[in-house]
Structure formats: structure tokens, C-alpha cells
Design a binder for this molecule. Structure first.
Ligand SMILES: Nc1ncnc2c1ncn2[C@@H]1O[C@H](COP(=O)(O)OP(=O)(O)OP(=O)(O)O)[C@@H](O)[C@H]1O
Ligand SMILES: [Mg+2]
Length: 437
């Protein structure tokens, strides 16, 4: 075998992070990202090839299948949720191609909040109590039953804008009004954890837990965003967090999905709240999380292409445990100043940084592109939203943070801003101990 050729679908920071990790796998000979972004285009030596991939719509199953064939891809990794929910993984597999990513039927674990709740109930997985509501009267009754703070979630995919957490009953009702049907649920208190498991539907291997920062402002204030930073691993994680989550959440969920005839193969993202009453699932996603992926994968020592191919072909049981590098990673997202309420488009990003590296990955610090574009002169500009992810690595969280922020501050991007407190409380040892799992 001459080495794997891998196609990654998507164009964000997650896909750039996946591509960087795949490129480090000695078993991988070629990584293609479609449509990709200026960061991934710069990774690939053949500019002509990447320009052609730039036009691809990841939700267009026939176009994706044709591209995977044309590239001779041994594996296609579907990055975002929309193509998974649209059945692109099914179409690739129907064409005889290996794909890392669940079927449309299994991706409903992310695509429908009420479906995920039904599966958790059937599997005995601990999660917030909930009501699915089709009318505003049902919403009002559910809000009063659970009491404040209120949690209202759009049932279907909402690109990070479907959830309201508020103590204002009118605001909760207003959020529900345009989004019916919704799920109203009990409020969960306590630190949140993102735990990813790679699975072929039967065997599952965990990645180290990470934490992301969803709110727009320092101190977890402001509206929810797609995530403005992350760190991995969690120095404060209680012993048994990973094994308990695998036993009480991942294994029963996979068993229930298999029992229904729709096994889940791909990445199961478990969003957890560690409450005073024990761990509870906040949500499932059906793909790698963004921005956690950029903080997790630089620590992976096992070749990522080898792992994802084993999962895609049902051979994860033969792989053995993953190996990890020591140390910590912190990702600081640089977003445009208006994000998330009024995203601004454009604004130059100059590459004058001593980090040397808007494009080039380094060992202690590197940058992933999340929302960048090239202007007519080939200069780097912001395309709005989350623009860059600056990843620092170090022997402890404090040094990883310091490296990430020092690099972020050297990027000349007047239209950008970042939260200043990513991983701060954890680095300072201020997260209270978790009493029980
Ligand atoms: N029951 C709950 N109690 C308290 N907070 C909650 C609850 N459910 C959700 N949240 C908060 O809202 C955030 C978003 O909720 P959820 O993860 O279900 O939505 P999502 O839009 O699918 O998110 P993502 O973009 O991560 O997929 C959570 O990360 C959590 O901070
Ligand atoms: Mg989600």
C-alpha cells in the first residue's frame, strides 16, 4: 500500500484541525479538503487541485461521491452536521466508498433533540427531564412545570442558534414561538464537558475530555455562540469521568441505535453537565466539535487516518487503545467584532506575525482557519463569524494559554476580538471539585 488518500468535507476550523492531524499520520499520503478554506488550501501543494475543490457543496451527495472517486480517496471524513443529516455518508457508502460519519438515520441523534431524548430514555441514559411541545400552550405549561431558569431548544438543526437558556419566561416563550416544535427541559447546573467517542457502531474509543466556551463574553456572559475557545485535557476532571461516561452513556446509546437497526458509526459527541446529582447528557452531536477538535487532536499520537479508517470499516476492535502526548492545548478563537449578533464581513488579516504562521503549523503554537477568505490580490481577509483558532500547547494549562494568547495578540486583525478568559479558571485551579458522577 502506498499510503492513504483522505478527503475531508467542510470549510471550518474543525476541518483544518482534522486535516493537520491527518497530515501527521505516516500512513496518510494525501489529504484533500473540500471546499476547504485558505488555511487548508495552503497545506496542499497543488494549488490547482484545491481551487477546483473550492466549489464543492458538501451536502451534494452525487458531487461528493464523484469527487471522492476522482481523487481515489480511500476514506472520506464528513466534518459538519448538515451533510450527515442530509445522508451524504449513506450515498458514499452506497457507492462502495469508505466514509467516516454516521448515516442520516443515526445522525438524527444530533438532527432532532426529541429523537435523542427518546433514544436516551430507551437506553436508560441520564439526561435532563423534558417535554416535547407542538404548541405555545404546551410550552407555557412545561415552563411552569420545570420553573426557571428555562431551557428551550428548537427540535431540528439550528447552527448553534436553536437554544435559549433564560430566567425570563416571556423571552423563553418568544424563543419557542418561531421554532415550534421545541423541547423544553429541566435546567442542569454544574461544569460542562465535551467527551468524544470514535465508534464503528460496536466498539468505541474515547478521546480525552475537553471543555468549550459557548458564551460570547468573558465570565460566560452574553449570547450563545458556536464556541469561542476550548482546552484539553481537563486537569480537574474527576477520576472515572471517561470510563463512567463510556459505560453509562456511550455503550447504552450505541446498543440502542444498533437494536433499532440504525447503528451509529462515526464520532459521537457527548455534551455533559456534571451536576450535584451526577452526570447528565446535555446533548449529542454526530460529528467532531468545533472548537474542541483543534485543542484535542494535536495531542493525539496514534495516526488519525488509521483510526478513522478502522472506524469506517468496522475494524476498531483490532486497533487497541489510542496513545496521547503529554501536556495541554488551549484554543482561543479570534472572531469578528460583531459576532454572533451582527457578523461583519471582511477586514484584512496581516500575516506579519512572528509566530510566522498564519499558514504554517508549529509545535508550540499554530493557527487554524475557521472563517477566512482571499481577496482579489490574494491577501487574507475575514469572511465573518469565527475567523481563526489560535492553538497553544504546553506542559501545563497556564503555559498553553500563555502561548495561545501571545500568538493571538500578534495577529494584525483590527476587525477581530477574542475572549480573554479561555481556560483561565481551570489553569488557576478555581473549578470546584466534582462531588459525584
Ligand atoms: N438543560 C440545560 N441546562 C442548562 N444549560 C443547558 C441545557 N441545555 C443546554 N444548555 C446550554 O446551552 C448550550 C447549547 O445547548 P445544546 O448543546 O443542546 O445546543 P446545540 O445548539 O445543539 O449546541 P452545539 O452547537 O454545541 O451542537 C449548552 O452547551 C449549554 O451550555
Ligand atoms: Mg448540538
Amino acid at each position: 500500500m502506498t499510503g492513504l488518500s483522505v478527503l475531508v468535507l467542510g470549510s471550518g476550523g474543525r476541518e483544518h484541525a482534522l486535516a493537520l492531524a491527518l497530515a501527521r499520520d505516516p500512513a496518510v499520503a494525501a489529504v484533500h479538503v473540500a471546499p476547504g478554506n485558505p488555511g487548508t488550501w495552503a497545506m496542499t501543494p497543488d494549488r490547482g487541485l484545491t481551487a477546483r475543490l473550492a466549489g464543492l457543496d458538501p451536502c451534494n451527495g452525487p458531487a461528493v461521491t464523484a469527487l471522492a472517486r476522482e481523487l481515489g480517496a480511500d476514506l472520506t471524513v464528513v466534518g459538519p452536521e448538515a451533510p450527515l443529516v442530509a445522508g451524504v455518508a449513506d450515498q458514499l457508502r452506497a457507492g462502495g466508498l469508505a466514509c467516516f460519519g454516521p448515516s442520516a438515520a443515526a445522525a438524527r441523534l444530533e438532527g432532532s433533540k426529541s429523537f435523542a431524548k427518546q433514544v436516551m430514555a430507551a437506553a436508560g441514559v441520564p439526561t435532563a427531564d423534558f417535554r416535547r411541545c407542538d404548541t405555545l400552550d404546551e410550552v407555557a405549561a412545561a415552563l411552569d412545570q420545570f420553573g426557571p431558569p428555562h431551557v428551550v431548544k428548537q427540535d431540528g438543526l439550528a447552527a448553534g442558534k436553536g437554544v435559549a437558556v433564560t430566567s425570563d419566561r416571556d423571552e423563553a416563550l418568544a424563543h419557542a414561538r418561531d421554532r415550534l416544535p421545541v423541547v423544553v427541559e429541566e435546567y442542569l447546573d454544574g461544569p460542562e464537558v465535551s467527551l468524544f467517542a470514535i465508534t464503528d457502531g460496536a466498539t468505541a474509543v474515547p478521546l480525552p475530555p475537553a471543555q468549550d466556551f459557548k458564551r460570547a463574553r468573558d465570565g460566560d456572559q452574553g449570547p450563545n455562540t458556536g464556541g469561542l475557545g476550548a482546552y484539553c485535557p481537563l486537569p480537574w476532571a474527576p477520576a472515572g469521568l471517561v470510563s463512567q461516561t463510556m459505560e453509562r452513556v456511550v455503550a447504552p446509546t450505541l446498543a440502542e441505535m444498533a437494536r433499532r437497526g440504525t447503528p451509529f458509526a462515526g464520532l459521537l459527541y457527548v455534551g455533559l453537565a456534571l451536576t450535584a446529582r451526577g452526570l447528565r447528557v446535555v446533548e449529542f452531536n454526530a460529528r467532531f466539535g468545533d472548537p474542541e477538535t483543534a485543542a484535542i487532536l494535536p495531542l493525539l499520537d496514534t495516526g488519525l487516518g488509521t483510526v478513522l479508517l478502522a472506524a469506517a470499516t468496522g475494524r476498531l476492535d483490532r486497533l487497541g487503545p489510542l496513545s496521547w502526548k503529554p501536556g495541554f492545548c488551549v484554543t482561543v478563537v479570534v472572531a469578528d467584532r460583531g459576532y454572533p449578533d451582527r457578523p461583519l464581513i471582511g477586514g484584512p488579516i496581516r500575516e506579519q506575525t512572528p509566530v510566522g504562521l498564519i499558514f504554517h503549523p508549529g509545535d508550540q503554537v499554530h493557527v487554524v482557519h475557521a472563517g477566512t477568505a482571499l481577496d482579489a490580490q490574494g491577501g487574507l481577509t475575514a469572511a465573518g463569524g469565527r475567523v481563526l483558532g489560535v492553538v497553544g500547547r504546553g506542559p501545563d494549562l497556564a503555559q498553553a494559554r500563555q502561548r495561545a494568547y501571545a500568538a493571538a495578540d500578534r495577529i494584525d486583525f483590527p476587525g477581530g476580538r477574542c475572549r480573554r478568559d479561555i481556560a483561565q479558571r481551570a489553569a488557576e485551579g478555581l473549578i470546584p471539585p466534582v462531588e459525584r458522577l
